[in-house]
Design a protein around this ligand. Structure first.
Ligand code: FCX
Length: 435
């Protein structure tokens, strides 16, 4: 059975030829118009990036290497007795486009557990952070500091040839993913507990170890939730803020730790990953204002008051999607199976029946449907992970899988420095003055 690195080494030469052939055949063809509105409008929909790992369809949602979330749930290897996919398998799929064997996935679990220790000085950085520093800022500090031991940065200093970049990038990407549980666990225990951390078990899978570090390793349903959670949050094509930031910073040949540290800073924004925290904050405020078991009429009024206050309804809307996010659906199905009577889950269901119609009536949001963040906090809360300021850290652990896979391929294919052209408003006016 080949390891992930062996398999990659086999796949890369053919893919380099494949890209060469596409560029020779189509490289000079125009790929749709660019509208001035797109320059001012956050480049929405501008075709500007290549990433094979996952593709988002506006109606159908994400597919990882062509596989929908239900297909991944069916096809990817599971833990003994489990029914959710192991994120190890999803990473293999993102990197190779192939479904791994159980043995290959176990090999990844073992490899990541063996690489999991973080340097003592990174532990000290985290231990010295005030508990009032947001967990995402702590996360980004620690990930950036891992660059101290970057194989890529060292190889670059030692004069590595461009064609060999992907090897040390792969090692860094594996180290990055492997070390995140110890970083996330330490932040969680420092901020919300007594700072004491159990050890990684070299024979357990990634999600089991992560759950153990938070203190939930004995709860098999929670471990299953983490497996699903990491899988569905891993990647969302190349243009979202965290994925694109990682790619952009990586294009300067910043190593994977620096690149992913930057991704995390983007994920920490309330319109992106922080929305999973914001959803819970919003639901709790709603409960304080209108009480638990509130009527539909009271919920409607609360939603309208949010909009009239000039705020967004967190967890709803999307820059690309135009239907209910299949990542929302997967989490809803998990809740229906494991916690159908949870009161907060019932509230989320009630909100789901109410918000889209209000957003449609308000007439601004292009997509009135819920996204991934509308549901994740409720599931975590159910199992006792109630500290909502921590939720985006879990999104961050998951997003490393997609960003890491992309960085490996970018270096393998020799992706160049990103440098799009910016224009001044005066230049736009001048260009179109006579048109
Ligand atoms: N509540 C209220 N207003 C909303 C809205 C919502 N949930 N979603 C969009 N709108 C508003 C926008 O604020 C914008 O208003 P403006 O014209 O006054 O600036 C208008 O509708 C058009 O925006 P639209 O084109 O539909 O959406 P964008 O592509 O600009 O933005 C996000 C997409 C996701 C940022 C937007 O829908 C939003 O703010 N949602 C709430 C925050 C959220 O859930 N983010 C997480 C998204 C994602 F899943 C993730 O990255 O994790």
């Amino acid at each position: 059975q080949s390891t992930l690195k062996d398999r990659l080494a086999e796949l890369i030469p053919a893919e380099i030829e494949h890209v060469k052939q596409i560029r020779a055949q189509h490289g000079k063809k125009s790929f749709g118009p660019v509208l001035v509105d797109q320059l001012y409008g956050g480049m929405r929909g501008l075709p500007a990036l290549i990433w094979d790992g996952s593709v988002l369809d506006a109606e159908e949602g994400i597919r990882f290497r062509g596989k929908s979330i239900p297909e991944c749930q069916e096809l990817l290897p599971k833990a003994p007795g489990g029914s959710e996919p192991l994120p190890e398998g999803l990473f293999w799929l993102l990197v190779t486009g192939e479904i791994p064997t159980q043995e290959q996935v176990t090999g990844l679990s073992r490899d990541w557990a063996a690489r999991a220790a973080i340097p003592e000085f990174v532990e000290e950085i985290l231990d010295r952070c005030p508990p009032t520093l947001h967990p995402m800022s702590q996360f980004s500090l620690a990930v950036t500091a891992l660059n101290h031991d970057s194989a890529f940065a060292k190889a670059y200093q030692d004069g590595i040839s461009k064609k060999d970049y992907w090897g040390p990038t792969f090692e860094d990407a594996m180290d990055l993913i492997a070390k995140l549980p110890n970083i996330a666990g330490r932040i969680y225990r420092n901020v919300f507990g007594d700072g004491k951390l159990p050890a990684i078990d070299l024979h357990k899978d990634y999600s089991h170890n992560l759950a153990t570090l938070f203190g939930f390793g004995e709860n098999e349903a929670f471990v299953e939730l983490l497996r699903l959670y990491i899988t569905i949050h891993s990647d969302h094509e190349g243009g979202n803020v965290s994925a694109h930031t990682g790619k952009l910073v990586g294009s300067a040949l910043s190593d994977p730790f620096l690149a992913f540290g930057a991704s995390l800073n983007g994920l920490a924004g309330p319109l992106h990953g922080l929305a999973n925290q914001e959803v819970l904050v919003w639901l709790r405020k709603m409960q304080e204002k209108i009480g638990e078991n509130a009527s539909d009429v009271a919920v409607k009024e609360y939603v309208w008051s949010t909009l009239k206050g000039g705020q967004v309804v967190p967890g709803y809307g999307h820059a690309v999607l135009r239907k209910t996010d299949p990542r929302y659906v997967a989490q809803r199905e998990f809740a229906l199976k494991h916690l159908p009577h949870d009161p907060l889950f019932r509230l989320v269901g009630q909100v789901y029946n109410i918000v889209p119609n209000i957003l449609l009536e308000a007439g601004k949001a292009k997509n009135p449907w819920p996204n991934v963040d509308a549901h994740s906090g409720v599931l975590l809360t159910h199992y006792g992970l109630t500290q909502m300021q921590f939720y985006t850290v879990l999104f961050g652990v998951s997003r490393a899988f997609g960003v890491a896979a992309q960085l490996i391929w970018d270096r393998a294919l020799g992706a160049p420095l990103e440098r799009p052209k910016s224009y001044s408003s005066a230049a736009i006016e001048k260009i179109f003055r006579d048109h």
